[in-house]
Each structure stands twice: as structure tokens, then as C-alpha cells.
Design a protein around this ligand. Structure first.
Ligand SMILES: Cc1cc2nc3c(=O)[nH]c(=O)nc-3n(C[C@H](O)[C@H](O)[C@H](O)COP(=O)(O)OP(=O)(O)OC[C@H]3O[C@@H](n4cnc5c(N)ncnc54)[C@H](O)[C@@H]3O)c2cc1C
Length: 508
């Protein structure tokens, strides 16, 4: 019998925990691959994406747990919680740990993720570089505890950064009753996913929800006012009183371990299409990896990378390589529906592209699509969620868009292609769950294989177990299949139960 391959995963976040699960699915009795995970956080693996829902009060920290209690033990999996890997020696394939122990590996997988960037402003950090009192990043479950403790009626919260996370944190604090100001250095929020026109509408939406938005403003320092309260000083010299400052000013990949091990590091750990680093026995996945120049900040690529590495290590897909992920970003803030994909910042007069824009600031709506050679190459949709599914299908599939481009913007209002958001007419290739890259075809296959409830479909395919925004579509698909392709046995009654759309389902 051949020897068991020992895989050590550094990081028990979304990429690391998924890799362990993917290997377990392929080799449940660990006959070929033995996987050990080290995670420095003091919790079992949790779904980081759902932290915004915790801040908003829609979920408890416990709801974010990825697997039920003792899942690893019951499945014979080795996970060391609260233990950091402190150094790696590629020459001897050994590592040291924060608990004083050491380990060896055949393959090491770095899944160390990122940390929040703290602007180098006086008063922001203590002498160890950790956030000062009253300052918190927005990255971990522990950060969430601090945010929920510091928000509520009467508290003044300043959020630094109006990107995706900043807006989600600000919306959550507002829902808890705090007075919220969001401070952003650019002239409009979410400039990576929006153009200036959409940004102006988004700013108006945020203000109408009740938060103050300070644009073109930088955090200069944090100081104590004469009355002993905390203030955030801005670049124009003004000062904002702040009981709590939440920092969402960007992320930085955790690359120190890789760097000291002598691996090639650019903005993140450089990997090839096999997700191998410059050392052939070390791979990197998730936010700490840089693939073809891209450093991703979303879960879909992290989980796709985990699948590829699991296939390669288990020999279940030796020819599988990672080719990159087309990203679609969705904001998960209550009452603000925003989706953004592909090339956005294209000028309407660009001769190579067709650019259509619809702006309805009074109703908080903005839509822009960019078409090139009859294909959708970019879109931003604010306040128009019905159209997003259809646009994603054009964007993912690269199919020809309708001759009347206006239907892309307005969808059903002009009899346009939102029909394809209907489960019966949706193409098989439509990606329903983005986080897990699950298509309609896979869901229908799960149904035909006996998964006759949304939960059973989630177990089989993992759809709905990421950010949860596809819960409604999967429920709709399941209801449609009950009518169109009824199972032999009576349908379970629970398919019409209330589904919690803000949360995602947990796979077992
Ligand atoms: C509030 C919030 C909301 C988000 N919402 C979305 C969303 O809606 N959609 C989306 O696609 N993405 C979202 N993201 C981004 C998504 O969470 C990340 O892309 C994903 O977590 C990346 O997974 P990862 O495993 O690479 O990193 P992480 O999940 O950060 O995991 C890395 C883990 O490794 C640990 N670690 C680091 N160094 C060591 C070491 N030396 N030893 C042991 N352990 C170590 C870290 O502590 C961490 O636990 C969100 C992120 C946040 C913070």
C-alpha cells in the first residue's frame, strides 16, 4: 500500500476549512491523504461572510459556525484551534507552532487570508500595532463582539471606509440605533465597483437611510477631547466625536510566514495554475494567494481554489487547474441592493463599447451596462435586484445579449430577458449560488438524485451555504421541481416554511 500523504493547512478560515472538507469528501477514511489544520483564531471555523448579518442583529455569532459542534471529531479530522504556525522550513518540510510543538508535511497549504489595514494615523494603534481602545477592525468574530458591544441607541460610531465592508458595518450599526458617520477618502463610495454616477446615487441612498457620509475625507488622527471623549480628526481639521471607530479601510494578505520561508511574494504569495508557490511542496489558496496577478477578496475564488487543490492531492482530478474566477460583487446591507460585475468605469462615449445608463436618484436606482461585441462585459445595478440574475447569466455565459439593449437595463418592465430568472426558463448553465459556483443543472441533478427539499439540495450541492443571497432562488427552483418533476414519495411539508433569507444554510 502506498504511504499516506500528509497535508498541513495553515489557516482555519473559509479557504482552509473548505479544503479540509473537500479532501474529506474525496477520501472520507483518509486512506490516501491525512489533513491537519492549524487556525490561530479561538473559534471553530465560521462563515466570515455572515459577520455583517451579526452586526446588523440578524444572526448570532453561533449562527455563523460552518459545521455542527464536534463535526471534525466525529469525522476523524484533526483541527488545532487557537494554534498559529510560527515558522516553516521548506528544506526539511517542518514547521513550528505557537504552542511550542512542531509538525512535518508532504504538502503545506497556506490559507492565511488577510488582515484589516489600519491607516497609519496617530492614535489609531497601540505600541504593538493593535487597534487602540475604542478602535476596531471588521474582520473577525472577535471584532464583531466589540462592534456589537459598542453600538446601540445613543452611541456615536464613525466608520472609516465606504467600501463593501464599511457600508455593511455602517448599515449594521445604524440598525442597532447608533448615530453613524462614514468617512471616505474618495468623492464617492465603493469606487472599485461603481462609477461616479452610481456612486452619487449610492451616497444619496445612504444619507436617506440616516447616516452621515463624509466624502473626500481622510482620517488624520484619533485624539481625546478636553471633556475626555474620543474624536476622529479629519484631513480638513474637523473632528468627529466617536464612541467607537470601525476601520474598514482595506485588507492586506497575511504573507509573513511565506516571506520568512523564502517563498516568492508580490502583493500576496505568488502561485501558478496548480496553486503551487515557488516551492513545489507548498501551495497557497484564498486571499493570501496571488494568481496571474490577481489577489481576490471574495469567497468564490477561495472555494474554487480549495476544490482544485483537493482534486490534485486526492488524485481525483489530476488535470484540474485553476484558471481564475469572474467576480460579481454584491452588497449585503439591509435596504441597499447593489451588484457589480466586470468593467464598470467605461465612458459612455467609448467607441469600442456600448454603454447604457439609467439613473433614478429619487428612487435610489441606478443601472449601467457595458456591451462589447454583443456581449455583456460589465454592469452595475443599484436598487434593481430583479435584473441581477439575468445579467449574471449573460456575464458568466458570454451569450449574445438582446438586440434591444434597453431590455438589459429594465428587464421585465419592457418584456425583457428577466424571464430567464424564472426557474423553468433559466438555462441549465445559470450559476445560482455564486459563492459555491453551483448551476441550475447541478441543482436539478441533486433533485433527480433524491434531494427534494432546499436543505437536501444544500447538503448535496452546497448551494445557499455561502452568503445566502440565493436562498430565494433555490426555494423557487425546488417548488417548481415539485410541480414539474414530482418525486415518487410525497413532498415534505417544509418546503413552504419561512426561510431566513439573511442567513445561509449550513451543509452537514
Ligand atoms: C465582514 C465581511 C463580510 C464579507 N462578505 C463577503 C461576501 O458577501 N461575499 C464574498 O465573497 N466575500 C465576503 N467577504 C470576504 C471573505 O470573507 C473572504 O474572501 C474569505 O474569508 C477569504 O478566505 P480565506 O480563508 O482566504 O481567509 P480568512 O477567512 O481570513 O481565513 C484565514 C485564516 O487564517 C488564519 N491565520 C492567518 N495566519 C495564520 C497562521 N500563521 N497560523 C494559523 N492560522 C493563521 C486567520 O486568523 C484566519 O482565521 C467578507 C469579509 C468580511 C470580513
Amino acid at each position: 500500500m502506498s504511504e499516506i500523504h500528509r497535508v498541513v493547512v495553515v489557516g482555519n478560515g473559509l479557504a482552509g476549512a473548505r479544503l479540509q472538507e473537500e479532501i474529506h469528501r474525496r477520501d472520507p477514511t483518509a486512506e490516501r491523504v491525512r489533513v491537519v489544520v492549524y487556525g490561530d483564531e479561538k473559534h471553530a471555523a465560521y462563515n466570515r461572510i455572515l459577520l455583517s448579518n451579526v452586526v446588523a442583529g440578524h444572526l448570532t455569532p453561533g449562527d455563523t459556525r460552518i459545521k455542527p459542534e464536534n463535526w471534525c471529531e466525529r469525522n476523524g479530522l484533526e483541527t488545532h484551534i487557537g494554534v498559529a504556525v510560527t515558522s516553516v522550513d521548506p528544506a526539511t518540510r517542518t514547521l513550528t507552532r505557537s504552542d511550542g510543538g512542531a509538525d512535518t508535511y508532504d504538502t503545506l497549504v497556506l490559507a492565511t487570508g488577510s488582515r484589516s489595514f489600519l491607516p497609519p494615523a496617530p492614535g489609531m494603534t497601540d505600541e504593538n500595532g493593535a487597534p487602540s481602545d475604542g478602535i476596531v477592525a471588521f474582520r473577525t468574530l472577535a471584532d464583531c463582539d466589540t462592534i456589537t458591544a459598542g453600538t446601540g441607541p445613543g452611541s456615536r460610531v464613525v466608520v472609516i471606509g465606504a467600501g463593501l465592508l464599511g457600508i455593511e458595518a455602517a448599515r449594521g450599526a445604524l440598525m442597532r440605533g447608533s448615530h453613524v458617520t462614514i468617512v471616505h477618502p474618495r468623492s464617492y463610495p465603493m469606487e472599485k465597483q461603481m462609477d461616479a454616477g452610481g456612486g452619487a446615487v449610492l451616497t444619496r441612498v445612504l444619507r436617506e437611510l440616516g447616516m452621515d457620509v463624509a466624502l473626500n475625507a481622510r482620517a488624520e488622527s484619533v485624539r481625546t477631547a478636553p471633556d475626555g471623549t474620543r474624536e476622529l480628526v479629519l484631513s480638513d481639521g474637523s473632528a468627529l466625536p466617536a464612541d467607537l471607530v470601525v476601520v474598514a479601510a482595506g485588507i492586506r494578505p497575511n504573507v509573513e510566514l511565506a516571506r520568512t520561508a523564502g517563498l516568492l511574494v508580490d502583493r500576496a504569495v505568488v502561485v501558478d495554475d496548480d496553486l503551487r508557490t515557488s516551492d513545489p511542496h507548498i501551495r497557497a489558496i484564498g486571499e493570501c494567494a496571488q494568481h496571474r496577478g490577481e489577489v481576490y477578496g471574495l469567497v468564490q475564488p477561495a472555494w474554487e481554489m480549495a476544490g482544485v487543490v483537493a482534486d490534485q492531492l486526492c488524485g481525483t482530478g489530476a488535470n484540474t487547474t485553476y484558471d481564475g474566477t469572474a467576480q460579481i460583487t454584491r452588497l449585503k446591507a439591509h435596504d441597499v441592493d447593489l451588484a457589480s460585475m466586470g468593467e464598470i468605469d467605461i465612458d459612455p462615449n467609448d467607441l469600442e463599447s456600448e454603454v447604457l445608463v439609467m439613473s433614478d436618484p429619487t428612487r435610489g436606482r441606478y443601472a449601467k451596462v457595458v456591451v462589447r461585441k454583443d456581449r455583456l462585459v460589465g454592469a452595475v445595478m443599484l436598487g434593481n435586484p430583479e435584473v441581477v440574475g439575468t445579467l449574471s447569466q449573460y456575464f458568466d455565459g458570454g451569450s449574445l445579449v438582446p438586440v434591444d439593449r434597453m431590455t438589459l437595463l429594465l428587464g421585465h418592465l419592457v418584456g425583457g430577458p428577466t424571464e430567464s430568472a424564472n426557474p423553468s426558463t433559466m438555462p441549465d448553465s445559470a450559476v445560482i449560488c455564486r459563492c459555491n459556483t453551483v448551476t441550475k443543472k447541478q441543482l436539478v441533478g441533486a433533485w433527480r438524485g433524491g434531494a427534494h427539499t432546499p436543505e437536501a439540495m444544500a447538503d448535496k450541492t452546497r448551494a445557499t451555504t455561502g452568503c445566502g443571497s440565493c436562498v430565494g432562488v433555490v426555494d423557487g427552483l425546488c417548488e417548481w421541481l415539485h410541480r414539474a418533476d414530482p418525486p415518487d414519495t410525497p413532498a415534505p411539508q417544509d418546503i413552504h416554511r419561512d426561510t431566513v433569507t439573511a442567513t445561509s444554510r449550513r451543509s452537514s
